[in-house]
Design a protein. Structure first.
Length: 92
């Protein structure tokens, strides 16, 4: 059973459970998180310390042509639980 978080008026509040944090260093060569996201995971929050590009998939390889992410701004991504990983490469 899913428990929904509601405000005082009974409206659903979009809230997320905190999960496992995975960190990965990235430079001009792409870095990929070590483990796939959890089996029940559908969304992940990505936060990068610098401008970068990301890719998501079972064997992702970020390039400077993949999705850009502004440094120090969180981005929420949809993922396939138990399968997907996230790859990063520094903005050149």
């Amino acid at each position: 059973m899913t428990r929904m978080v509601t405000d005082l008026n009974g409206n659903t509040i979009p809230a997320f459970n905190l999960g496992t944090v995975q960190k990965k260093a990235y430079t001009g060569t792409h870095g990929v998180i070590d483990n796939a996201v959890g089996a029940d995971t559908r969304l992940v929050e990505v936060w990068a310390s610098t401008d970068c590009h990301i890719a998501v998939g079972s064997a992702p390889e970020a390039t400077t042509s993949t999705t850009p992410v502004t440094g120090k701004v969180a981005k929420i991504l949809q993922v396939v639980g138990g399968t997907d990983k996230v790859s990063f490469i520094q903005q050149s």
